[in-house]
Every structure is written in structure tokens, then in C-alpha cells.
Ligand binder design. Structure first.
Ligand SMILES: Nc1ncnc2c1ncn2[C@@H]1O[C@H](COP(=O)(O)OP(=O)(O)OP(=O)(O)O)[C@@H](O)[C@H]1O
Ligand SMILES: [Mg+2]
Length: 1048
């Protein structure tokens, strides 16, 4: 795997290197985030100092390449929230600060993208945080992977398997309040969509001895305490238990039934719920609890001496409960606990057990029952996690697996026994795996890149593995041989055999084999194995017993008869009948380890190495000696050395070039040629020496971190200038983009607007053309009957005629203009015209005042009489007629008196011409309602009754002459009267009106004849002339010359 290009380091000299990642905060940059970049990588002190500095900042995770080193913080750090999970999701391993989620995510993505099974190997001392780490990984998958309904059940079961397994397999120890007392490997299956669909658990080497014995300050497995604390009273009574752990021998060996950090009561609830979620039936739970209770009863089963000195059970009540709970025959159990069955020469014999043997048999039974029940439990959980879909099973290729190995790390105590031997052997095997896989992948990468493989110097611990497991001459073979040997094999005889067989092996020493200093360090009953991680002395005592894991046959026989379903599944009859010896514990362990290694070899591994910072379970305390010890025994320095053996850093060409291209003018801003040439140009410019780097097919390999750091420093120095360039171009780009956006928007609006306008115009034109066409056609057909061809035209004609009328109606009664109607509207037009006129006239009439009406009536009369008849008429039209031309004071009072009741309605000054001689005399002409009088001063000269008035004559010229014709035969009346007046039109009009003689007004062209006396006539001749002249003419005619105004 390639290494991060972005770290900061406080090297041995305290040199600070820059970190490139912008996502990393200053705090993240404390120390180096990857030990591979430690300058002084061989120094354990530098290694631990880096861990310490980071731990001080609560940075508990650090990488060694792809290996995650985790230091137990012993307190809840707020780095496991959902938001954190999201932060790490899909993010490249080195782009963000180290975290267990980064490993989880990387593994998950590798599984999905490469479709290769993965495994995460978690190791470390007890209390270092392995189980927590595995839970965090599981939680990460449960939260971030896609799920469906069915899958959510599986997901819940996967999560819930933890509290159950922890209740049965974890215990409080001096090192850890929740110490896993078994190794666990869990497979999580994912389908092609990446959703969890199943799981499988493998368990390793449960510490069964804890069932019967605990060291001071330690407890038995949690489940016992949980049942007693949390179980319901009925339940406890049924099981024959009391709610008091102190009462049970197996629970008080360590004198510590209560622990402040553990709440057994609530844990019990959690476990009960988890059992239900996982799918345990009630009967199964009952059977399981019967077994737990029977173990407690077994612990309290005491032995004493009978009368004949034989060993017998002294606690009957417990035996009764035992037979009930284990579902076995009471007397048979009693006998099996106090006797053993021997087969000698084909014959079976029963012999009594000594007190010690009986106690040992009881404890063996308790361990066996508990141990096998635990195995059953795991199998049961596996059943519930198994993916049952047939389709899926038949197309196995579509699923992938991530395995989680939560297994004990190297253990070195004051006294190390069989368990430590197994555990350390397991770690040797895992180290082998690590070396093989790491080196293999390194080698594969070098080969793929065409770089010559340089042998990496490292310690290959195969020699130790062989020492332990080699057939016939390995440690386990010797142990098995010694166990099975007839005679009296003992731990000491085993030690001697070891010395005989393994003596001289570089990694095996005993007191006898050693010399000098070493001899002192190894006890007489000890042997020392020189593990890859260091030397460990093991006490040989108990090796044989623990290896054979003996359970007397007759006890087995009894349990095989059990009614308890779980026990009957765990203890098979064949075990008793077969002559074959059961596999020893060490061989079983070796075989299961071989299987595990096989499983792990088929997968791509990731590693989590857990370290505990102090023994006191305290947060914030970093015990350097303790950490150094773990760094050593976890083989971390070895890890680092192997990682660093080749090239410290590798990156794909494009990534490398992309990052550093700004450091070389030849590659900045863009390299156009082959990537490899670009990188070569770049490193040449940077002055890399030949031994510092190698160019592969797709990657550059840099041997020393220093080279990379120098390059990084150069980049850091270049950064401000780059930032400026970037800023400038970014701003330019942004503004340009904005401008283009706006411009495009404008263009879009413009074109849309133009389009719309043009469409509208085209529509209008089309419409207009259509109308014109219709119009022309209509015009052609205008004389036809209404038909489709002309209807538009006709309608238009009609419409425009009507609109013309609407817009421009006749303005006044005098306005006679009227538009010419289309033929179809001729009749309507006439009606309209008439209506309009009537309307106007009505309106006009309504507006007229009475005086004006009178005036108009008079004018109408005048027009009827004079229009086109008399030259002076046009001039008279605009002059208003007046009520009287004479004021009342101009009337002579005497005359008025004479007239009496006849009121003068009109008076005017006139000139009267005598009938003879034509002498002109001034007179007043007064009109009353029934007659007219001529008045001279105070004298009434002539009265003319209207009834007697025959007619009135005037000339057609502009003169003011008028002749009133009266009948000459009438004596009362004088003859016709010749008068001249300036207001002849007005006077004649009024007179004709009053006298009702409108039809009697004669207008003559050239002369007027009038009667002078009875039978005698005179004539007035009229001619046109320049001015008015009245003279006597020939033949006694009166000659009047009238000025000509407007010729008619
Ligand atoms: N990441 C963590 N954050 C907070 N506390 C932690 C973390 N890891 C471990 N711990 C604390 O340390 C305790 C021990 O951790 P854990 O049980 O995982 O150790 P272990 O390595 O599994 O030990 P054993 O080998 O005994 O099972 C936990 O109960 C928890 O209190
Ligand atoms: Mg654990």
C-alpha cells in the first residue's frame, strides 16, 4: 500500500515536517500520523515518543502503513458519532486523520470494489481495547451499510451476538473488567449491494479454568453474576439459587463478586433481550440457565469421608438440584462424582475416588459442561446469523466477507502457563501470516511495477512456529506424546523430554540447557521460548493436565444420558464408546489455528494493534515502560521495519505529478507527454539522487521519507504563489463564468423576445394578408347575395359605415353631411339619419329659450317670405328682430290713449310717401294685435285693419319700400300706403304674421302698382344703381334706385 504524502513529523531532531492535508487540524498534526514517516524508524524511543505525544492530545490512532495502532484512552472520546462515521465514509485512507473507521471503511470499499474477501486482525494485550475496536467496526458497518428489512434482522443479530458472547465468555480480570476469555473470529457476509446478510463466528480456547477458579481480584464469567442479580425470584427458586453470589464457591474465589464498573442487573436485561433478538426459544434459554445453575451447584457440592473412609457427597440438596438441572439420574451422578471406571484387560472396574480426585472430577465436570455449553452457544448464534437464502447460496460469488479477529495478544506474566503458551503460539502464527502477506503484497507490487525485488531483511519467525508445531519433533507433538505415554508421565518428565528433543534449538532454553546469566533467569521447572517478540519463561506445571483436559469416563456417560437438550447435543455417546483418544487441547488449538490461518490467508488483511497505556485503567496516563513492553511484544518495531524495508512512499504517477508539478517549470501548469516522463522531468528538476527513488510502470517509489519531506517543504514554500495564481485564475474564471452566464441569459431572453415579436408580427401579417384577400374577394363579389366569399367584405362595409357614423356623427342640425351607406344598409341608413336628425332637433329644440323661439319663428316666417326673393334678405338674416324699434317714451301718449285697449306690439319709424306727389313724410308705424296705424305726431293718420289688408308688396332689391294694399272701395280705409323703412324685412315679417298675411306678400322684380284712389293706380319702378335714390320719374312713376349688394 502506498504511503501518505501529507504528514508532519517530529523526528529525532525535533524537525517539524509539514502536513499537506487541509482537512487535518493542527491537533491532528501532532507527531506523525504514520510511523513509516518517522525519520528515525529504528528507534523504539522515537516510536514511543510519537505515541505519547499523540496520546497526550487524545489522538489514540496512528498508522504503520496500513496497520492501525490504537491506544486505549480509557474514556469515552467523542469520535464515534454518526457524523464521524459519515466523515470517514468513502474517504481515502490517508486523506483524513487515522481512525478505526478509516480502516473499516477502507476494508469495506476494498471488498466492494475489488470483490475480494477482507479481514481485520485486532490484537493486543488484555484490556488494550480489542473487543471495543471490533465492536466499533461492527457498529460502523451496521450504521453505514445499506439494509433492507430482512437484513436489518441480521444486522441486529450481529450486533446482539456481542452482549451474549460477552456474558458467557467475558469476565472481570485484574487487567480488564470486561476481559474476553476466548478468541473470536467473526465473518460478516455482504451481498452484492454491500448490505450485511449473514455472519459466522469461530471461537478459540475459552479459559475454562476460570469456571472453577479465579485469581484474587477476579471474577467468574459475567453470566453467573448477571443471573443471580437480574434473574426473577421464581426463576432463581426453580434453579435452586439464592440471590447472593457470596454463597457460591465458584464465584468467590477471587473475593470480588461485585465490580463498580459493572451493572450485572441491567446487563442481564440486555442479555435476555439479545437472546430473544438472536432467536433463542424459551426452552433453549431454560436449558442454558439450567446448565449455568448446575455449575453453581457443582461448585457448592462438597465431599466428605464416609464411615469406611470412602469419599462421599455431603451436600445432598445440591446433588438433587444437579440431577434435576442436568437432567440426569441422581444416584448415577452421585456415583460418577465419587468413583471412576477403569478398563483393565478388557474388564471394567469401578474404583472409589480420593477426596482430591473427587474435587478434581467435579471441577472437570463443571469446566466441561460450561465449555461445551459455550461452544453450543456459538453454534446456535451461527445458525441464527447464517444466510439462508438458497439463491444466494447457489450464487456464492456475489457475496463477500469481512472477517474480524479479536484475539489475545502476546502475553507475558510473572508465571506463564499452558494458556500463555497457546496464546503466544497463536501470535507467532499471526506474525507469520503478517510477514507472508505483507511481503507478498510488497513483492507483488514491485513485480507489477517492474521494479527489481530487493530482498528485505526481517526476522522470519517460521523457525519458532516450526519449533512449536512441527510433526513428531515439535513442542505440541512432544506434549501429546507425553500425555498419552503409559506409565507415570508428569510435567517434569515432559520438561526433560523437551530438553532431550529440542535441546540446542536456538529458540528453546531451559535451566539445564542454559548457561551463565540465562540459567539464573530460567527456573528449574521452567522453559523459555525465544519468541519473535521476546523471551518468555513458561512454568511447565499443569501442562499435561490442561492438555489432556480430563473428564472421567463415567461422568461423561452420565451426562450423555442428559435430558437437557443442550447437553445431549454437546456430549455424544460415541465419545464414551470409542476407543480413540480425544484430541488434546494443544492439538485442537493447533488445528483450529491452522484453519484460522487458512481462512485469513484467503483474505486481504488489515491490522489493528491495540495498546493499553497503563495498568490502572486510568485515562490520560501513559506508562512508557508498559507501552514499550507492548510495542515490543506486539512486534510493532518489526512491523515498521518490514514496512520500511523497501520504499517508504509510493504514489501513482498522475497523483504525484498532480501534487508536485508546480515545483518544476517543465511540468507546470500541465504536462502534455507521458506521465512517466513527466515524473522523471520533475524529480530531475528536484534533484533526486538515483538511490532515492525508482520509477515503476505506474508509480514512483521513494525510498526515504526525508526525500519526500524535502519535496513537501518545497511545495509549502511555493504554496503562497500558487495560492495567488489559483485565486487570480479562480476569480477570473468565476467572473468570466458569471459574465457568460449573464450573456447567455441575455441571449436567451433576447432571442425569446425576438422570436415572440417576430411570431406576433408574422401572425399579424398573415392575418392582414388574409383580411386583404377576403377584402379583395369580397369586393369582387360585392354585388352578389351574401355568401362566404363576400360576407367579410359586406360586414366590414357595414361595420365601417356604422363606425364612421359613431365616430363622426352630424354635429348639428345644420350639418347635413351623412356617409354613403352600403347598399345593404340603405334603408337602415335612412332610418338612422332620420332618427339622428330628430334627435338632434329635439335636443336643439329643448335648448331653445322662448324669446329665441319667437325670434326663430319670425326668422322662419321671414325666410319663407323673402328667401331668394329679395336682395336685402341675406343681410337681414344675422340681424335679430327686436320687439319694437320704438321705445315706449317715443310713443305719443295721446295716440296711446286713443288706441285704448289695443296695445301697441311693435312700433317703427317709417317714411311715408304721399300717393300724389310722393312727398316723403316721417311717420310712426304701430302694430297692434288687430290693426296697424300710421301716426304723425299726436295724430292717428291712417288705421289699417288686418282684416282689410289685402296684401303687402315689396321690391326684390335692397330698398326699404313696402306698399300696404287696402281695398280702395272701402270708404273707411284710405288707399294703399307707400312706406319706406330701414327694417323692411322685420316690419313686413311682423306685419304679415300679426295680420296673418304671410301668403299675401308680393315681391316684384321691377315695379309695384298701387291704388291711389278708387280706380286709379300709380307705379313705383325699381332699378339697381350704385346708391339709394328716390325720385319722380316719368309718367308720374316713382323711381327708386336701390344699391346692389350681392347679386342673387
Ligand atoms: N476506544 C475506546 N474508547 C474508550 N474506551 C475504551 C476504548 N477501547 C477500550 N476502552 C476501555 O477499555 C476497556 C477494555 O477494552 P476491551 O475489553 O476492548 O479490551 P480487550 O483488548 O478486548 O481485552 P481482553 O483481551 O481482556 O478482552 C473497555 O471496557 C473500555 O472501558
Ligand atoms: Mg476483549
Amino acid at each position: 500500500m502506498s504511503l501518505p504524502p501529507h504528514w508532519k513529523e517530529v523526528g529525532g531532531e525535533g524537525r517539524v515536517h509539514r502536513v499537506m492535508e487541509s482537512t487535518l487540524t493542527a491537533r491532528d498534526r501532532v507527531g506523525v500520523q504514520d510511523f513509516v514517516l518517522l525519520e528515525n524508524y529504528t528507534s523504539e524511543a522515537a516510536f514511543i515518543e510519537n505515541l505519547r505525544r499523540r496520546f497526550g492530545e487524545k489522538l489514540i490512532y496512528t498508522y504503520i502503513g496500513s496497520v492501525l495502532v490504537s491506544v486505549n484512552p480509557y474514556k469515552d472520546l467523542e469520535i464515534y458519532s454518526k457524523a464521524h462515521m459519515e466523515r470517514y465514509r468513502g474517504v481515502s485512507f490517508y486523506e483524513i486523520s487515522p481512525h478505526i473507521y478509516a480502516v473499516s471503511d477502507n476494508t469495506y470499499r476494498a471488498m466492494r470494489t475489488e470483490r475480494r474477501d477482507q479481514c481485520i486482525l485486532i490484537s493486543g494485550e488484555s484490556g488494550a481495547g480489542k473487543t471495543e475496536a471490533s465492536k466499533k467496526i461492527l457498529q460502523y458497518y451496521a450504521t453505514t451499510c445499506p439494509v433492507t428489512d430482512h437484513m436489518s434482522t441480521i444486522r441486529d443479530r450481529l450486533l446482539q451476538s456481542n452482549p451474549v458472547l460477552e456474558a458467557f465468555g467475558n469476565a472481570k480480570t485484574l487487567r480488564n473488567d470486561n476481559s474476553s476469555r476466548f478468541g473470536k473470529y467473526m465473518d460478516v457476509q455482504f451481498d452484492f449491494r454491500g448490505a450485511p446478510i449473514g455472519g459466522h463466528i469461530l471461537n478459540y480456547l475459552l479459559e475454562k479454568s476460570r469456571v472453577v477458579h479465579q485469581n484474587h481480584g477476579e471474577r467468574n464469567f459475567h453470566i453467573f453474576y448477571q443471573l443471580l442479580e437480574g434473574g426473577e425470584q421464581d426463576q432463581l427458586s426453580k434453579l435452586g439459587l439464592e440471590r447472593n453470589a457470596q454463597k457460591y464457591h465458584y464465584l468467590v474465589k477471587g473475593c470480588c463478586p461485585r465490580v463498580s464498573s459493572i451493572n450485572d442487573k441491567s446487563d442481564w436485561k440486555t442479555v435476555r433481550k439479545a437472546l430473544t433478538v438472536i432467536g433463542f426459544h424459551e426452552e433453549e434459554v431454560e436449558d442454558l440457565l439450567n446448565i449455568i445453575a448446575s455449575v453453581l451447584h457443582l461448585g457448592n457440592t462438597q465431599f466428605g469421608e464416609g464411615e469406611d473412609g470412602e469419599t462421599q457427597i455431603t451436600t445432598e440438596s445440591h446433588l438433587t438440584y444437579l440431577s434435576k438441572l442436568l437432567g440426569v439420574d441422581g444416584p448415577a451422578l452421585r456415583e460418577a462424582l465419587t468413583h471412576k471406571k477403569l478398563t483393565a484387560k478388557g474388564e471394567e472396574m469401578i474404583g472409589p475416588l480420593s477426596f482430591e480426585q473427587a474435587v478434581a472430577a467435579r471441577d472437570a465436570l463443571a469446566k466441561a459442561v460450561y465449555g461445551r455449553a459455550f461452544t453450543w452457544l456459538v453454534a446456535k448464534i451461527n445458525q441464527s446469523l447464517a444466510f439462508k437464502d438458497e439463491v444466494y447460496n447457489s450464487s456464492k460469488g456475489s457475496s463477500s466477507v469481512i472477517g474480524l479477529l479479536d484475539i489475545y495478544g502476546f502475553e507475558v506474566f510473572q508465571h506463564n502457563s499452558f494458556e500463555q503458551f497457546c496464546i503466544n503460539y497463536c501470535n507467532e502464527k499471526l506474525q507469520q501470516l503478517f510477514i507472508k502477506l505483507t511481503l507478498k503484497s510488497e513483492q507483488e507490487e514491485y513485480e507489477a511495477e517492474g521494479i527489481t525485488w530487493e530482498p528485505v531483511k526481517y526476522f522470519d519467525n517460521k523457525i519458532i512456529c516450526d519449533l512449536v508445531e512441527e510433526k513428531h519433533k515439535g513442542f505440541i507433538s512432544i506434549l501429546d506424546e507425553e500425555c498419552l505415554r503409559p506409565g507415570e508421565p508428569s510435567d517434569i518428565s515432559f520438561l526433560e523430554k523437551l530438553e532431550d528433543t529440542l535441546g540446542g534449538h536456538a529458540h528453546f532454553v531451559t535451566h539445564k540447557l542454559a548457561n551463565g546469566k540465562t540459567r539464573k533467569a530460567v527456573g528449574r521447572e521452567e522453559f523459555r521460548l525465544i519468541h519473535y517478540a521476546g523471551e518468555v519463561n513458561y512454568t511447565v506445571n499443569g501442562f499435561l493436565d490442561k492438555n489432556t483436559d480430563l473428564l472421567y469416563r463415567n461422568l461423561k456417560e452420565v451426562i450423555c444420558q442428559s435430558d437437557n437438550q443442550i447437553l445431549s447435543q454437546c456430549f455424544h455417546r460415541e465419545e464414551v464408546t470409542t476407543q480413540k483418544r480425544p484430541e488434546t487441547a494443544a492439538t485442537q488449538f493447533k488445528n483450529s489455528l491452522a484453519k484460522l490461518i487458512e481462512i485469513l490467508m484467503s483474505k486481504e488483511p488489515s491490522y489493528v494493534r491495540c495498546i493499553k497505556p497503563n495498568d490502572a485503567k486510568q485515562s490520560g496516563r501513559f506508562d512508557e515502560a508498559l507501552v514499550r513492553h507492548q510495542v515490543k511484544y506486539l512486534g510493532l518495531m518489526e512491523n515498521l521495519r518490514v514496512r520500511r524495508a523497501g520504499f517508504a512512499y509510493r504514489r501513482r504517477y498522475e497523483a504525484f505529478l498532480q501534487r508536485y508539478k508546480s515545483l518544476c517549470p517543465g511540468t507546470w501548469p500541465n504536462w502534455q507527454g507521458r506521465l512517466a516522463d513527466g515524473v522523471a522531468t520533475l524529480v530531475q528538476h528536484l534533484g533526486y539522487k538515483a538511490e532515492e527513488y525508482k520509477l515503476g510502470k505506474t508509480k514512483i517509489f521513494i525510498r526515504f521519507p526525508k526525500t519526500l519531506f524535502t519535496t513537501e517543504d518545497a511545495l509549502e514554500a511555493r504554496r503562497p504563489a500558487l495560492a495567488l495564481t489559483l485565486q487570480t485564475s479562480w476569480r477570473g474564471y468565476r467572473e468570466r463564468a458569471k459574465y457568460h452566464r449573464i450573456r447567455n441569459a441575455v441571449l436567451v431572453i433576447q432571442s425569446a423576445w425576438r422570436g415572440m415579436k417576430s411570431r406576433r408580427k408574422a401572425r399579424r401579417r398573415r392575418h392582414a394578408a388574409e383580411i386583404i384577400r377576403k377584402f379583395i374577394k369580397g369586393f369582387i363579389y360585392r354585388h352578389y347575395e351574401r355568401c362566404p366569399e363576400n360576407e367579410y367584405f359586406l360586414d366590414h362595409q357595414r361595420f365601417s359605415f356604422l363606425m364612421t357614423l359613431v365616430r363622426n356623427p352630424p354635429k348639428s342640425v345644420l350639418d347635413k353631411s351623412w356617409p354613403v351607406p352600403p347598399p345593404s344598409l340603405t334603408e337602415a341608413s335612412e332610418h338612422l339619419c332620420r332618427l339622428c336628425m330628430q334627435n338632434m332637433m329635439r335636443a336643439y329644440c329643448r335648448r331653445i329659450q322662448p324669446e329665441w323661439k319667437k325670434q326663430m319663428e319670425q326668422k322662419v316666417v321671414a325666410s319663407q317670405i323673402f328667401q331668394d326673393q329679395k336682395d336685402s334678405y341675406p343681410q337681414s338674416v344675422p340681424k335679430l328682430f327686436v320687439a319694437s324699434r320704438l321705445d315706449s317714451e317715443e310713443f305719443n301718449l295721446k295716440v296711446i290713449q286713443t288706441l285704448g285697449n289695443d296695445k301697441v306690439k311693435y312700433g317703427v319709424a317709417v317714411t311715408k310717401y304721399d300717393r300724389r306727389g310722393y312727398k316723403a313724410r316721417p311717420r310712426q308705424l304701430l302694430l297692434t294685435s288687430s290693426f296697424a296705424v300710421l301716426v304723425a305726431e299726436a295724430k292717428l293718420k291712417q288705421r289699417i285693419d288686418y282684416t282689410a289688408l289685402r296684401s303687402i308688396s315689396v321690391s326684390s332689391l335692397t330698398d326699404g319700400f313696402m306698399v300696404l294694399h287696402v281695398p280702395s272701395e272701402d270708404n273707411k280705409q284710405k288707399s294703399d300706403v307707400v312706406l319706406q323703412c330701414d327694417h323692411v324685412i322685420e316690419v313686413v315679417t311682423k306685419l304679415a304674421t300679426m295680420a296673418d298675411k304671410k301668403n299675401k306678400v308680393n315681391i316684384s322684380q321691377d315695379s309695384i302698382k298701387f291704388a291711389v284712389a278708387r280706380g286709379k293706380e300709380a307705379v313705383i319702378d325699381f332699378t339697381s344703381g350704385p346708391e339709394l335714390k328716390v325720385a319722380k320719374g316719368k309718367k308720374g312713376h316713382l323711381l327708386v334706385t336701390a344699391p346692389q349688394l350681392n347679386p342673387r
